[in-house]
Design a binder for this molecule. Structure first.
Ligand SMILES: Cc1cc2nc3c(=O)[nH]c(=O)nc-3n(C[C@H](O)[C@H](O)[C@H](O)COP(=O)(O)OP(=O)(O)OC[C@H]3O[C@@H](n4cnc5c(N)ncnc54)[C@H](O)[C@@H]3O)c2cc1C
Ligand code: SF4
Length: 330
């Protein structure tokens, strides 16, 4: 493992200055992803700037009734927060479906959003990989890809984004806030992750050296009736092979509002806008849910060994919306 320096930042301007002073420096959250990748040589920073002591560890209600979640809030504290549990239950469920208790205690909100793909070729520095080493090729396309993308991929990379938290945040129109030496900025999560195209190594629209300060959730009454469902190859401590965050509001037997986002099917959390449009104002039954799933999945381009994800996601849409419809009827 390459030798590296370590410094702890105590305020935001200090953190930005430390990063600015060393082009080889990186922010360190809980280290549960970055340090693992440093051990294997995928990441090779010369300095780590620890941001966990920054005053970004609060969850507060915003003036308009949404929630502001600080970037250094641990995944455990996020999942346990009473406002999150009550107003955005899918968010709590998504976080608790990820990793393990110990990891969630360490992992931060900012780090979770920036965690890297679990593609095995990316993690193995002896293999080519366009994301790690631009222009070297993508062995996953003709190789091991049973858990790779079916939506929005390219000929250059078919990796998926592993975050469960990001899927629920995407369904609820979260906005990422950040700070740079030039001042603050924000990015809706829908624009935060870049399309893969021919530059899979460029993953987010965050400016170089930006510090994520938090995530803002707009008020969303529909989110009170929401659910996160994750399918994985073993019952716990495993990444998703498909997941869904859904929220549903029904009035007079028709869909008044609906939110749907898919996980583990694309290079980013996938907002299922075609499915949402198909459902809005329509009936609340399994046939309508299946038709909406089909509308979204018409764009799927599965590889030889991951076509099962199309069926999986269709079944998840129908199952989870049916459960939410029952809840709404109570
Ligand atoms: C065994 C195992 C199982 C896991 N299972 C799951 C799972 O099922 N679902 C899931 O979603 N995740 C899972 N994870 C991933 C885990 O959730 C992430 O590792 C974690 O959320 C990353 O957060 P962190 O604070 O530790 O980030 P770090 O590892 O500290 O950082 C990750 C990246 O974010 C950057 N960064 C951190 N904070 C900031 C900031 N404020 N501003 C700008 N950049 C920043 C770092 O520079 C780095 O590039 C698993 C991890 C492990 C090891
Ligand atoms: S899918 Fe992406 S991350 Fe995986 S080997 Fe191909 S380029 Fe690399």
């Amino acid at each position: 493992m390459k030798e590296f320096g370590y410094q702890r930042a105590l305020d935001v301007s200090g953190a930005l200055a430390l990063l600015d002073a060393d082009p080889d420096a990186r922010f360190l959250g809980g280290g549960t992803n970055l340090v693992d990748l440093m051990k294997t040589g995928v990441e090779r920073p010369g300095r780590l700037v620890d941001v966990r002591e920054l005053p970004l560890d609060r969850i507060e209600t915003t003036e308009d009734g949404g929630l502001r979640i600080g970037a250094t809030v641990s995944n455990s504290d996020l999942a346990a927060h009473p406002d999150v549990r009550r107003r955005y239950p899918a968010l709590t469920q998504a976080v608790l479906a990820g990793a393990s208790g110990q990891l969630r205690n360490m992992a931060t909100v900012g780090g979770n959003l920036l965690q890297r793909t679990r593609c095995g070729y990316f993690a193995d520095v002896t293999k080519p990989c366009n994301k790690r080493d631009p222009g070297s090729g993508c062995p996953a396309i003709k190789g091991e890809h049973h858990n790779h993308a079916i939506l929005g991929a390219s000929d250059h990379c078919v990796a998926t984004h592993p975050s469960d938290l990001g899927v629920a945040l995407t369904a609820f129109d979260a906005v990422v806030t950040y700070e740079t030496a030039d001042g603050p900025g924000e990015l809706p999560l829908a624009d935060f992750y870049l399309p893969v195209g021919d530059t899979p190594h460029l993953e987010t629209a965050l400016p170089q050296g930006a510090l994520i300060t938090g995530v803002v959730l707009p008020p969303a009454p529909v989110a009170a009736n929401s659910r996160y469902r994750k399918v994985r190859e073993r019952a716990s401590y495993a990444f998703a092979i498909g997941s869904i965050a859904a929220a549903l509001d029904v009035q007079d037997g028709v869909v008044r509002e609906v939110r749907l986002a898919f996980g583990a099917v694309a290079s980013r959390p996938w907002r299922a806008r075609a499915a949402e449009a198909a459902l809005l104002g329509g009936p609340v039954d399994a046939a309508a849910f299946a038709a909406a799933a089909d509308a979204e999945l018409a764009a799927a381009r599965p590889l030889p060994h991951n076509g099962y994800k199309v069926t999986l996601m269709r079944n998840l849409v129908v199952a989870v919306l049916s459960e939410l419809a029952e809840e709404a009827a109570r």
